[in-house]
Design a protein around this ligand. Structure first.
Ligand code: ADP
Ligand code: MG
Length: 351
C-alpha cells in the first residue's frame, strides 16, 4: 500500500483547530479566572466570588451578581466570536468593556467542561446549561438562582498534553489566582471580591466594597505594606495630543521587599507594561540606600484612541501611543517622591 505522496493538504476540522488555538487565550487556569472575572465586571457585578479546586484544574467557579444572560442567548454563548460587547470594528477604538473578542468562553469550553447558571432581572427562575467544545450539551434547564451568573469550569486541560494538565504545581497556580483576585480587588474598590479553595471554610482573600483603597491594600497585602505607601498623582501638563492622568500608591524609602509588586491598570484594564515597570524599578535601585524592591499600584487613564488593547489574544500587554512621554513623567514623579521620602527618613534617623 502506497501512502499518498507527496502528502495531501487537507483542512483541519474546526474542533482540532480550536483545541490547538484555545491554548493561546487560556495558557493556565489563571488566564481562565482572569477572563471569567472580567466577564463578571463587564456584567456590572458588585460581588464576585471565586472558588478553586486543585489550582483550577479540577474546578474554577466564579459567582457574580451581574446582569445575567438572556435565555435566548444561551445557545450561542460559548460559540467562537459571539459577544454582546462589540458590533462594529470601529467600536474597538472606544472599548469600555474588558471583553470584546467573544473568544474566552469558547476557548474555555474546548479545554474543559463549562456549566452556566444565570438569571436575569424580572424572572422568577434562572437557567442552567452545560457546554462542551463550544456547544450546548442539552436544552437549558429551569432552576432556582440568585441574582447574576455562576460559571463553573471543570477539568480544564483534560484533553491537553501532560504539561498542561499536570497538577504538580497546583499550589503555585492557586497562589497566582489569589494574587490576581487581590489585584482586581485593589483597583475595583466598589466591588467585593473573595477567593477560596473548594470546601475551605475561610476565604484566602475577602474584600468588602466601599472600604478605602488603602484599607483593601492593608487587608490583602498586610499592615507593613500599607504603612509605607505614599499616594501619587500625575497628569499630563503638555498640551494635546497626549492627555493622561494617573493616580496610585508607591512604597517609601523605609519599605523593603525582595520582589517588586507592580499593579497596573490602564483604562480599568489589568495589564502589564514591562517598559514602565523597569523604569520605576531602576529609579528605586538608584535612589534607595538598601537594595529593596518597591510596591507600586498605578491606575492610568488615557484617551481610548491612545491605547491598543488588541495586540494579544490574552489582552495582557497593550500598546500605547506616546509611551516615552508617559514613562518619563511617571519616572520623574516617582523620583521626586522618593527623594523627599528618603530625606524624611534620614532626618528621622538623625534625631
Ligand atoms: P467577550 O467577553 O469578549 O464578549 P466571552 O467569551 O468572554 O466574550 O463571553 C461571551 C458573552 O457571554 C459575553 O459577551 C457576555 O454577553 C456573556 N457573558 C459571559 N460571562 C458573563 C457573566 N458573568 N455575566 C453576564 N454575561 C456574561
Ligand atoms: Mg470575556
Amino acid at each position: 500500500n502506497s501512502p499518498e505522496y507527496p502528502p495531501k493538504i487537507h483542512r483541519l476540522s474546526h474542533s482540532v483547530v480550536k483545541r490547538i488555538t484555545a491554548g493561546d487565550v487560556i495558557q493556565r487556569p489563571l488566564s481562565a479566572v482572569k477572563e471569567l472575572i472580567e466577564n463578571s465586571l463587564d456584567a456590572h457585578s458588585t460581588n464576585i466570588n471565586v472558588i478553586i479546586k486543585n489550582g483550577g484544574l479540577k474546578l474554577i467557579q466564579v459567582n457574580d451578581n451581574g446582569h445575567g444572560i438572556r435565555y435566548e442567548d444561551l445557545p450561542i454563548m460559548c460559540e467562537r466570536h459571539t459577544t454582546s460587547k462589540l458590533l462594529m470594528f470601529e467600536e474597538l477604538m472606544r472599548m469600555k468593556t474588558m471583553g470584546f473578542r467573544g473568544e474566552a468562553l469558547s476557548s474555555i469550553s474546548h479545554l474543559g467542561h463549562v456549566t452556566v447558571t444565570t438569571i436575569t432581572q424580572g424572572h422568577v427562575h434562572g437557567y442552567r446549561v452545560s457546554y462542551k467544545d463550544g456547544a450546548m450539551e442539552h436544552e437549558p434547564k429551569p432552576c432556582a438562582a440568585v441574582k447574576g451568573t455562576q460559571i463553573m469550569v471543570e477539568n480544564l486541560f483534560y484533553n491537553m498534553v501532560a504539561s498542561k494538565k499536570t497538577s504538580q504545581n497546583s499550589h503555585g497556580d492557586y497562589t497566582k489566582i489569589v494574587d490576581l483576585v487581590s489585584r482586581f480587588a485593589i483597583h475595583h474598590i466598589n466591588v467585593s471580591f473573595s477567593c477560596r479553595k473548594h470546601k475551605a471554610t475561610r476565604p484566602d482573600i475577602h474584600t468588602t466594597a466601599a472600604s478605602s483603597r488603602l484599607d483593601i491594600i492593608r487587608s490583602v497585602y498586610g499592615v507593613e505594606v500599607a504603612r509605607s505607601l505614599m499616594k501619587i498623582e500625575a497628569a499630563d501638563n503638555n498640551p494635546a495630543p497626549s492627555v493622561f492622568e494617573m493616580h496610585g500608591f508607591m512604597s517609601n524609602a523605609s519599605y523593603a521587599a525582595k520582589k517588586m509588586t507592580m499593579i497596573l491598570f490602564i483604562n480599568d484594564r489589568l495589564v502589564e507594561w514591562s517598559a514602565l515597570k523597569r523604569a520605576i524599578e531602576v529609579v528605586y535601585t538608584k535612589k534607595m540606600h538598601k537594595a529593596s524592591k518597591p510596591f507600586v499600584y498605578i491606575s492610568i487613564v488615557l484617551p481610548p484612541d491612545q491605547i491598543d488593547v488588541n495586540i494579544h489574544a490574552s489582552k495582557k500587554e497593550v500598546s500605547i501611543l506616546n509611551q516615552e512621554v508617559i514613562i518619563e513623567q511617571i519616572k520623574s514623579m516617582v523620583k521626586s517622591r522618593l527623594r523627599s521620602s528618603n530625606e524624611a527618613q534620614s532626618f528621622e534617623e538623625q534625631i
